[in-house]
Structure formats: structure tokens, C-alpha cells
Write a protein that binds this ligand. Structure first.
Ligand code: PLP
Length: 243
């Protein structure tokens, strides 16, 4: 069973890498500029362990409770792994403290209040020896206000980026976005690219552009994405829709 799953995952890892390589070539970019984040939500820790065996090091979850349990189990399965876990879903402020224990990166910071909650959470985790480094943060850009899927209104992003960058406990790394369900993804990724440039101009260390999923990673790479977040194309269909 596990051997079969390993086979299946090995194939999908190779396929996703090939898609990323081809998209980079088409855009005149180096494949080394684009990281692949494995979105393991709804899949068991053992799948993450198999992906780690296949060389994946970046994992993402979108729900705090599920993530906390999975990261603990994964750490037992692969204690020596260099895996890093990213939070890509909306964070409730009362869960910030827990997120700061397991997440290397929170990609979904979309308000000054959440930034402040995470700053405090990171400070106490650092004090308690639960983390050694500040929490890396991406500002999530809302590309469609009607959808309510989180995200900071584009016009407020520079100020939120400044707020994050001014703290010692958070490190601003860049921006993240989910393409709108409706509307033109092409336009959305172009908007994101403009915002990303602005943020990078103000904060040269904030060069990450996290955009593109199983269905649209080529388009995101064409618009400058440096990190694609891939669930379905790596792990298969999710039984429970979790977005
Ligand atoms: C689930 C999820 C993904 C991955 O989506 P797929 O279409 O399965 O690749 C990417 N980003 C976020 C924020 C998600 O919640």
C-alpha cells in the first residue's frame, strides 16, 4: 500500500516539476527561481513523509488544528527532516500562538490586527524556546473583494508590509495571493505582479511571490511567481473541499 502510494507520489512530483520547468522555460526564467510548496491539507502525515523522502521540503496547511496534529505526527515519522511548514489559510487571532509553534511561514497575513497577534505570538514562542527564528510572513493580497477568501485590499498592502517589516519578531518575505474563482486570472496575476514590485522596491528582502496552484501554476509563473502552492496535482483530489 505504502509502496504503491510512494510510486504514485513519485510520478506526480516528477510531473509537477516538469510543468514548473516548462513554464519557467516558456517565461525565460530559471526553474531554480520557483519553489514548489506541497499543500497537504486533508491528506495524512504519512503522505507528507513520503513526499519528504522524494525530496520535497516545503509543506503547507490551511487549518490550524489539522496542521498542528499533522506536523507533530510528521515530526515523529521523519525526525531528521528539514521540512518547513507554511500556513496558507486564514488565521484566527486566538490561534496565532499555536501557529507560531509549528509554522516557519505564515503566508496569509491580511490585516494589521493579525500581524500584531502574530508578532506577539512569535515573541512568546521565541521567549519559550519554541522557535529559534522570527516568523516569516507574506502579505496576502485580496484579488477579488467579493469573494471573502481573505486578503488585504491591494491599496492597503504597502502600509501593511511596512507594519510587518517594522517588527523584530516578524520578517516580511513578500506577497501571496489566490486567483479569484470568477474573473480573469490573467488580470489578477498581473495586478499581483505590480503590487509585488512595489513591496520589493520598499523592502528588498521581500521578494517572494506565492501564486499559482494545480490549475494555474503556468500562468502564475509567467507573471513572476516564485512559489507555487500545489495540492491536487501532487496528492490527488480532496474528498472534502477545504478552501
Ligand atoms: C488548497 C490550497 C492550494 C492548493 O490548491 P490545489 O488546487 O489543490 O493545488 C493552494 N493555496 C491555498 C491557499 C490553498 O488553500
Amino acid at each position: 500500500m505504502s509502496a504503491e502510494r510512494r510510486e504514485e507520489l513519485a510520478e506526480s512530483v516528477a510531473e509537477v516539476r516538469a510543468r514548473v520547468d516548462a513554464a519557467c522555460r516558456a517565461a525565460g526564467r530559471e526553474p531554480s527561481e520557483v519553489d514548489v510548496l506541497a499543500v497537504t491539507k486533508t491528506f495524512p502525515a504519512v503522505d507528507a513523509a513520503l513526499l519528504a523522502d522524494l525530496g520535497m521540503t516545503l509543506f503547507a496547511e490551511n487549518r490550524e488544528q489539522e496542521a498542528r496534529a499533522k506536523v507533530a505526527e510528521f515530526t515523529q515519522l521523519r525526525p531528521d527532516s528539514a521540512a518547513r511548514w507554511h500556513m496558507v489559510g486564514q488565521v484566527q487571532r486566538n490561534k496565532a500562538r499555536s501557529v507560531a509553534r509549528w509554522a516557519s511561514v505564515v503566508e496569509s497575513v491580511d490585516s494589521p490586527r493579525l500581524a500584531e497577534a502574530l508578532r506577539r505570538a512569535s515573541a512568546s514562542a521565541l521567549d519559550a524556546g519554541e522557535r529559534r527564528e522570527p516568523l516569516d510572513v507574506l502579505v496576502q493580497v485580496g484579488l477579488d473583494e467579493r469573494e471573502g477568501r481573505g486578503g488585504c485590499p491591494p491599496e492597503d498592502v504597502p502600509e501593511l508590509a511596512d507594519t510587518v517589516a517594522a517588527t523584530e519578531e516578524l520578517r516580511l518575505r513578500g506577497v501571496m495571493a489566490v486567483a479569484p474563482l470568477r474573473g480573469d486570472a490573467e488580470v489578477a496575476f498581473a495586478t499581483l505582479s505590480t503590487i509585488a514590485h512595489r513591496v520589493r522596491r520598499d523592502h528588498p528582502e521581500a521578494g517572494v511571490v506565492s501564486a499559482g496552484m494545480s490549475g494555474d501554476l503556468e500562468r502564475a509563473i509567467a507573471h513572476g511567481s516564485t512559489r507555487v502552492r500545489v495540492g491536487t496535482a501532487l496528492l490527488g483530489g480532496r474528498r472534502l473541499t477545504s478552501l
